[in-house]
Design a protein around this ligand. Sequence first.
Ligand code: AKB
Length: 324
Amino acid sequence: MKTVVLIIGANGQLGSVLTESLQHKHGKDNVIASDLHQRKSFDGIFEVIDATDKVRIQNVVTKYNVTQIYHLAAILSAKGEENPLQTWDINMKTLFNVLEVSRLSNIERVFFPSSIAVFGEGAPLSQTPNDAYLDPATVYGISKAAGENWAQYYFLKYGLDIRSIRYPGVIGYQSLPGGGTTDYAVDIYHKAVLEQQFDCFLKEDATLPMIFMEDAIRATIELMEAPKENITVRTSYNIAGISFSPAEVVEEIRKLYPNFVVKYTPDFRQDIASRWPKSIDDTTAKKDWGWKPEFDLESITATMIQKLKQQYKIDSKSHNTLLL
Ligand code: AKB
């Protein structure tokens, strides 16, 4: 059977990059990107979908004979705290719609992203195991922990082949994150190449698990391609990239920008970060589907700075911004 993929939340940080990778893999005609708003100058098939509308998802699935769904739409940790009940409603309603459409349309495979936000104070802070106790302290984390259990329920009850990863903070030059606690780790590189001061909303020693975009995309596709019998976790897989604090990334950036100025003004996001793991044990993902990260802080920093300079058209000798 031909693979036809629907990506819900294709305009987001991960979704926009994943869409391109899936287009590359399956062909532009077999990838349907969707989000709340039409993406400007998008090369491929795009459908406007509000994922709280189940009928709309079903219509698109039927129209294109979709066989796989990547459901990436969600309100993240920091933004989610502004309106907890609305965050719960949106994150859960969109997930239930995807689960139900997938079950009723015999969708062959579904991807549901979870997050390190599922962990709270009951889990070890270091090398947090896959099966650690989940007591999340944000509504986003609560919705992801519940979502993981619902994913497993649909697998056990209906045989739906749904797979999931608990992403750390994702760092990429291709797109901007929105509303997360780990967003600082992308913004900081933009400020560095623009030679502007960076105001950090976390403390300088707030170590968090992070992953480079290339590794995150590769992990997602590798998990989705793994043989069904290898998948032993139907809630969600821990994956680790690297862990670092704001002070450590600043030190790395200052090797290239010695005058980079950072001011620390921790806000409510520091409270969120302080309850999340500092590092992740991803032994199960390594064993089940061969997960292996490739990027460390040095290679992430070098790539981020090189690519962002190209994007901002900054001349590497003069460091002048020619065009934004
Ligand atoms: C966030 O900070 O909310 C996300 C996440 C870790 O899931 N980047």
